[in-house]
Each structure stands twice: as structure tokens, then as C-alpha cells.
Design a protein around this ligand. Structure first.
Ligand code: KG4
Ligand code: ZN
Length: 352
């Protein structure tokens, strides 16, 4: 079966064609991603109406490219992200997918973007890959520009959020602090680069920012107070070097993420931890999590290409949902059922 997958939840337009082999094997026939990061850099964050306009412009161009590369005229199914994300952006992907599905007379499967980030650890952006057999429950730490969540999966399609941020997402905090430091968007890689420049010199932080929510009994996070502490510190100490601030800020975020993740691993007797979302590319977070969890917990990470938003992960989840629906009732051809964008869609929620 050939699948067209479309991702437009934020500032990346992703269009992919996957070929499935059996129940859990995939081959990438074509994959295109148009990033708008440079364009949004001027605003210090994603500017929704501009992002929407870019998606509308990119989608037909990328579709033509993937079809040509895959040497096909249509696919057997379409998977599209319907939330969470920026609603104007989600709608561009949905309306585009619906029009195509109608034209091709094929089913269309709505996909939760966060479920995509969970599966991203099994994907590659070239060649073939497989979703392996794994012992459940699996814990996922999903850390991106819009989300910070700890999710337990009882099986591949059954999830429950057990902890989340009460205010800013981890990636959002990286982006906002980067902006305060005068660094370009997206700020995560920039802060990380500065912090690493001191880490390799074994420089120990002399500043101390708070570790938010470390003492709370639950598995929730909060990053907005930390961001404010950085701001006050900068106002009081205008001469302190940017790298030192970046280092201590990264220390504070990572320490909190690692502490709560380890708490969840122990409480739920987790053997496999998945880290997904843009912030999973953070080297300090990867190292500290592995160090803290030791040998007993297997840590699965996405490749650099799949840590960021992409359509490959959307195609994988779309196919698994398609198979699950097939068991209940055959997938209905497009146009017969409506898909609505849901900007605040949560894992564990049913499609309305
Ligand atoms: O998953 P993603 O590409 O898009 C969303 O769905 O939000 O995540 C983007 C976020 C941005 O906030 C970016 O600053 C952050 O991931 N990020 C990082 C790193 N690379 C990307 N944060 C910290 N360290 C990094 N190396
Ligand atoms: Zn994402």
C-alpha cells in the first residue's frame, strides 16, 4: 500500500510518500520538507498567518515533487495531521488532503501530531525501516516548541498523558530565552551551541537559576518562572557573558526534565523510554537522561532529521490507525467523513 502523508501543524511543510510492507515495515519513496524557520526568524517565533500562506504555496509544489520522485500518479491512502498545532496551518493541510482524497477516491486518515513524535524514533528519512516489537508500557517524553508531556502508552495506539507543562513548553522557553539573549529563532540549537562551548572546557556554572516544580509531587513541569528569572538576572547583571546564561539555563531545563522523567520511569516500572520532539535533539538532555536512567531503561531517540517536524512520522501513525479502523469497519472513501483541525488536541482523545 502507498501512503501520502501531509504535515502542516507549525512552520514546516512536510509531504512524504511511504510504501508499506506488511503490518509494520515501511519504505520511503519520496520525502520533502520545506522549512520556514528563516522567514519566522525576523519575528522571533512562528507568525501564524505567514506560516499559513507558505503552506498553501508549498503544498502543491511538494506534492508534485514527491509524486514525480515516487513515479506514481496517486496513492492508496492519505494521512494528514489534524492537531495539535496552529489551526490556520492545520486547516491548509486538511483541506489540501481532502481535495486530493476526493479526486483520487481514497481514504483519508487524521493523525495526532504528538503520536507522530512518539513513532518518530523508529523512522528514517531514507530507505526502509520497521516498528519493532517492544514491551509495554512505554513512556515518552515529548518536548517541542508547543508541548512538554510525559505520555504512557499501553499499546502503540493507546496513550495517556501523566505529566505536562502548566505554562510554557520546554522548546518555547529555549526560544524565548534565546530571544532575550539576542539569538536567532529557533533558539534551542543556538543556546545549546553556546552552552556546549563552555561544557567542553569543563566550565562549571557560577549562576544559579531555579529548577521549577522539582519539589512538586506530580509529574508536571513549569518553565515560565525560569524564563522570568533569566530576565531579572540579565537586567541586574548586564555584563555577564551570554554563554554562561545559556549554560545555566540549559542546566535548569534539563535537570527538571530528567528528574520528572526518572520519577515517571520508577513509578510506572518503565523499560523503554522514547524521547521525541524538537528538543530531543538537545545533546545535554540526551546525555543526562541516559546517565540518570542507567542500563535498566532503554532510551530511544529519533535521528536529527526526525526529531523535528516531518511527514514521515505522520504516515506511520496514519497507517497503523488505518489498519486498526479496517478491523472495525473499512475506511470510508474521502469526502464521506469530515476532519476538523483541533489546535489543542490531546493524546488519548478520540476524534470528534
Ligand atoms: O518538534 P518541533 O520541530 O516543532 C514543534 O512541534 O514545536 O520543535 C521545535 C522546538 C523549538 O522550540 C526549538 O528551539 C527546539 O525544538 N529545539 C531545541 C534544539 N533543537 C530544536 N531545543 C533545545 N536544544 C536543541 N538542540
Ligand atoms: Zn512537533
Amino acid at each position: 500500500m502507498k501512503i501520502l502523508a501531509i504535515e502542516t501543524s507549525c512552520d514546516d511543510t512536510g509531504v512524504t510518500i511511504l510504501e508499506t510492507r506488511g503490518k509494520n515495515s515501511f519504505r520511503i519513496l519520496a520525502d520533502e520538507l520545506a522549512s520556514q524557520a528563516k522567514m519566522h526568524s525576523a519575528y522571533g517565533g512562528v507568525y501564524p498567518s505567514l506560516a499559513k500562506r507558505e503552506h498553501i504555496k508549498n503544498l502543491p509544489i511538494l506534492l508534485e515533487k514527491v509524486l514525480r520522485k515516487a513515479k506514481i500518479k496517486k496513492t492508496d491512502m492519505i494521512a494528514v495531521t489534524y492537531g495539535p498545532g496552529l489551526e490556520p496551518c492545520l486547516w491548509t493541510g486538511i483541506t489540501f488532503a481532502q481535495a486530493l482524497a476526493k479526486k483520487w477516491n481514497v481514504p483519508i486518515i487524521p493523525v495526532n501530531h504528538m503520536e507522530g513524535h512518539i513513532f518518530s524514533v523508529f523512522g528514517k528519512n531514507k530507505g526502509s525501516f520497521k516498528i519493532p516489537k517492544i514491551k509495554f508500557p512505554v513512556l515518552s517524553l515529548l518536548v517541542s516548541g508547543g508541548h512538554t508531556e510525559l505520555v504512557i502508552s499501553k499499546n502503540w495506539l493507546k496513550h495517556k498523558i501523566i505529566g505536562e507543562t502548566l505554562d510554557d513548553a520546554a522548546g518555547e522557553a529555549f526560544d524565548k530565552v534565546a530571544r532575550m539573549l539576542g539569538l536567532p529563532y529557533p533558539g534551542g540549537p543556538e543556546i545549546s551551541r553556546l552552552a556546549e562551548s563552555l561544557r567542553i572546557k569543563k566550565y562549571e556554572s557560577k549562576i544559579k537559576f531555579p529548577r521549577p516544580m522539582l519539589k512538586s509531587k506530580d509529574l508536571n513541569f513549569s518553565f515560565s518562572g525560569l524564563k522570568t528569572s533569566v530576565l531579572y538576572f540579565m537586567q541586574k547583571n548586564p555584563k555577564v557573558n551570554k554563554a554562561q546564561i545559556a549554560l545555566e539555563f540549559e542546566n535548569a531545563v534539563v535537570e527538571t526534565l530528567v528528574y520528572k522523567t526518572k520519577k515517571a520511569v520508577l513509578e510506572h516500572k518503565i523499560k523503554t523510554l522514547i524521547i521525541g520532539g524538537g528538543v530531543s535533539a538537545n545533546k545535554h538532555l540526551q546525555r543526562e537522561l541516559k546517565k540518570s536512567l542507567g542500563q535498566k531503561t532503554k532510551v530511544l531517540l529519533p535521528t536529527r532529521e526526525l526529531a523535528r517536524d516531518n511527514a514521515i512520522m505522520i504516515g506511520m501513525v496514519g497507517y497503523l490507525n488505518y489498519l486498526k479502523n479496517q478491523k472495525k469497519k473499512p475506511a470510508s472513501p474521502a469526502g464521506r467523513y469530515k476532519i476538523r483541525a483541533n489546535g489543542s488536541l490531546r493524546l488519548g482523545e478520540m476524534i470528534k
